[in-house]
Structure formats: structure tokens, C-alpha cells
Design a protein around this ligand. Sequence first.
Ligand SMILES: CC(=O)SCCNC(=O)CCNC(=O)[C@H](O)C(C)(C)COP(=O)(O)OP(=O)(O)OC[C@H]1O[C@@H](n2cnc3c(N)ncnc32)[C@H](O)[C@@H]1OP(=O)(O)O
Ligand SMILES: O=C([O-])CC(=O)C(=O)O
Length: 470
Amino acid sequence: MLRVGASRLARAAAARSAGSRLHLRFKTTDTSGALGIKEALGAKIPAAIADVKAVREAYGDEQLGTCTVTQAYGGMRSVKAMTYETSLLDAEEGIRFRGLTLPECQAQLPRAAGGAEPLPEGIFWLLLTGDVPTDAQVHALREEFASRSTLPAEAVAVIDALPTDMHPMTQLNAGVLALQPQSAMAAAYAKGVHKSTYWEYCLDDALTLLAQLPEVAARIYRRSFHDGSMTPSAAGELDMGANYARMMGFEDPKFDELMRLYLTIHADHEGGNVSAHAVRLVGSALSDPFLSFSGGLAGLAGPLHGLANQEVLRWLMEMKESLGTTKMTKEALTGLVWDVLNAGKVVPGFGHAVLRKTDPRYTCQREFALKHMPDDEMFRMVSMLYEVVPAVLTEQGKVKNPYPNVDAHSGVLLRHYGLTEARYYTVMFGVSRAIGTLASLVWDRALGLPIERPKSVTTGWIKAHFEGKK
Ligand SMILES: CC(=O)SCCNC(=O)CCNC(=O)[C@H](O)C(C)(C)COP(=O)(O)OP(=O)(O)OC[C@H]1O[C@@H](n2cnc3c(N)ncnc32)[C@H](O)[C@@H]1OP(=O)(O)O
Ligand SMILES: O=C([O-])CC(=O)C(=O)O
């Protein structure tokens, strides 16, 4: 009996490893003595699992936070109720990717020759593994992406069938769903692989999605705003930022640098923001990374989240038009800001749910503008708004943070280089947000996080529960 049991176990183990070979398509394993991305991550997972186990054993019964009735009605603001490993946001200082501030990422991560901005592949490596990659590792990852970059013909057909006046974010989401049939995770689950291997399939899908997303996004841009013709992908030769720029039709090396900066700063913003949380939530049902990321994109398309970058540029253009030949002064802009508030609307690009100071992502972009386009007229307007809006919002007395966020600045940089179609801007945010949310999703599966299912209550329940306590 015992021998039969042992051989059954051996057969199950063999089936598991055959299953994991069947659908995984990692190209690089070991390059120039540097571990490939799967091996580098795989080497980290056992210790991370042990760490989480030890933390749960030591502190499992401690209170992380509380949730008041106000917080339950108020978007759960400040409730500490989830973990998220790839980045952490400080209300005053802003985001850190695996412990590094954005300027530290700019200083420490591999860059293009002669460039100053991190390569997007390096940001993914950092977020996923927690380590600053070497040039060889970034190169190997680029090759890995290149080997997966060809879009399936069926997905191209889906994208090409979409109305060109459909919002680009809706097109992007349809494009991502059209990539989903390639999912290794979905196929592996259907086959019944062991749950300890889910992360491998999740990583496989994350790499495929990241490899194909820039071309999907560029295709949407070319179809919606140009004649649909497109420079073929040079994945493998160019980094993700430059390749995306080229496929959209931009040739200026400074725009390549802007793309690298853009893809870096929008990648991740800890776990509770709408897009990251949606990816986590959908993924917790073991929906594959394509489906999970689609959920995140749907949230990013909202005007209080990623779509704010489109809204900012639209508003700046409206202000420019309404000023006409009137000189742009602080007084004139102050009046226009009050007009927005008096109309019961939000001032796009200002305020934040967590941050309480100027967003360092805004500051990075401002520094880029000061270096490369100090005399740009729209940059001057953005700079003047920086002096005007916080005072107006403070005087109005409602907002918790009157300072600008990332979206207040990105549009004028893109516009300066000729990317003037504001309706497209959130698509670029989406391409970047895939880097962080997918890295995190791989960890969700590696750590075996369960399905998310917080408890909700009704207003009647609250009344009944607290009746007599006051
Ligand atoms: C990548 C990103 O997602 S960054 C954020 C991008 N979004 C924007 O830029 C849109 C403009 N900003 C906002 O709408 C908000 O500041 C948010 C959504 C970012 C954060 O919302 P909250 O955490 O609820 O902000 P806060 O607690 O300060 O809100 C208090 C009040 O001030 C209002 N408020 C907040 N920001 C603004 C603003 N920029 N303009 C006008 N009113 C504002 C809120 O709507 C709320 O009003 P209410 O009490 O009538 O409902
Ligand atoms: O953190 C948030 O709530 C919104 C944000 O800035 C982001 O997701 O980049």
C-alpha cells in the first residue's frame, strides 16, 4: 500500500513538472552569469513565503488599523487592510519602489546610452525581484519580451474592428481582452496544475502582456489619430520606451527619454489605488493576468484616477482659449480656477487620496520640463497654476491636499513633442501601470493570497448595531 502511495505521489510530481513545462515559454534562463527573470524571482520566493509566515505568526493578532463608520462610507480612506510588496507610499514623501525614491531609481537603474531616465525593463525587474538589475539582466529581459512580442492575428483583428472614435481606453481594454486566449495561467488552471506553481504561469502571462501591450497601445494611437499605418516593432533592438515611441511615430530621442520617464513614474503607487486594487481583487478569484489587468484598466479610465491626465490638458486648452489675447496672469488664472469650483467640478490634477504634499512624480516631470522645454507656453501655464491652485483650494477649505498630482503635468510634456491627442493620454498611463500591477500580481500568486472578500454591512445594520451605545 505504502509503495503504491509513494508512486502515486511521484506520478503527481512528474505530472506537475510536465504541466509546468507544457505552457511556460520562458526564453532566458541564465545570461552572462546573470540569472534570468524567472530564476531571479524563483530564488526569492521561498524566503519571502517564510518571512510572511513568520510575520503572521508573530503579529497575526495585532491590530493593523481600525475602520470607523465614517471610513466605511468614505472609500475606506487610510484603513490599513491590505499588504502590497512592490511599492509603498508615504503621505509626505511620495512613492518608493522597493524602498527607492524616484530620484534614487533615476540614479541607480540602468539607462539607455547617453540617457538620464531608467529603462522600463529595469523598473519591472526592480519591482518584481526587489533588486536593482544589472545591464545584462535588463538586456536579457528585453530579449525575453522580444520573443513574446508578436501580436496574435486574432487580437489584431479585434483591435482593427473597433470604431476609431471609441475612447482609446475602451479600445485598450478590448485589446487586452483580445490577448487573453494566450493565457498560460488559464490553460494551466484548466489542466489542474499544483497551486504552488501558479506564480510561474502568472509571470509567464505578465511577460507576454507587457511584451505586447506597447504595440496594442501604439496601434490604437495610429488607428484613432492617424491613418492606421505603423512603424513595425523593433522589440529587442530598442527598449520598451523607445520602441513604443517609434511605433507611435515619434523619432526624437528626447521623446524616447520622456517615454522612459513616463513609463517609470506611472508604474506603481502601492496597493490601494483603484487600478492596482482592481487588478489584485480580480486576480484573487484566480482570474488570469489578462482579465485582472483589464479590471485595473477599467478603473484607470475614470476621471478621478488615470483619466485626470486627459482632463488636465482639456482644461488647460479651455483656459488658453478663454484667455484669448488677455495676458496670462495669476489673477486671471485664479478667476478661472474659481469658475471650476463654483460650477461644482473638481480641479483636475490637484488633490490626492493619500498624498499630502506635492507629488514627487509631478516634481520629476517639472524637472524634465525645466531641462528640456523651459520656454514652452503650456509649461508656463502649468507652472503658474502651481502657484495659484493650492491657494484657491486652501481658501475653499474642502480638500485635504491642495497640491498637484502626477496628472497635472504629464499632458504638457507629451504635447510639447507633438503628442497632442489628450484622449489618448490615459492609454500611456495604462501601459506603465501594467509594469507595477503585474509584478505585484505575480507576488500575490507566489504568496498564495486568498480570494478577497471583505465584510459589508447595511446602514440598517449600523443603526441596529450601535443603538443604545450612545
Ligand atoms: C493617478 C491619480 O489617480 S492621481 C488623482 C487624479 N485625479 C484628479 O486629479 C482629480 C481631481 N482630484 C480629486 O478629485 C481628488 O483630490 C481625489 C479623487 C484625487 C482624491 O479624493 P479624496 O481623497 O476624496 O479627496 P479629499 O478628501 O481631499 O476630498 C474632500 C473634498 O474636496 C473635494 N476635492 C478634492 N480634490 C479636489 C479638487 N482637485 N478640486 C475640487 N475639489 C476637490 C472632494 O471632491 C471632496 O468634496 P466633497 O466633500 O464635496 O465630496
Ligand atoms: O494612489 C492613488 O490613489 C492614485 C495615484 O496617484 C495612482 O494610482 O498613481
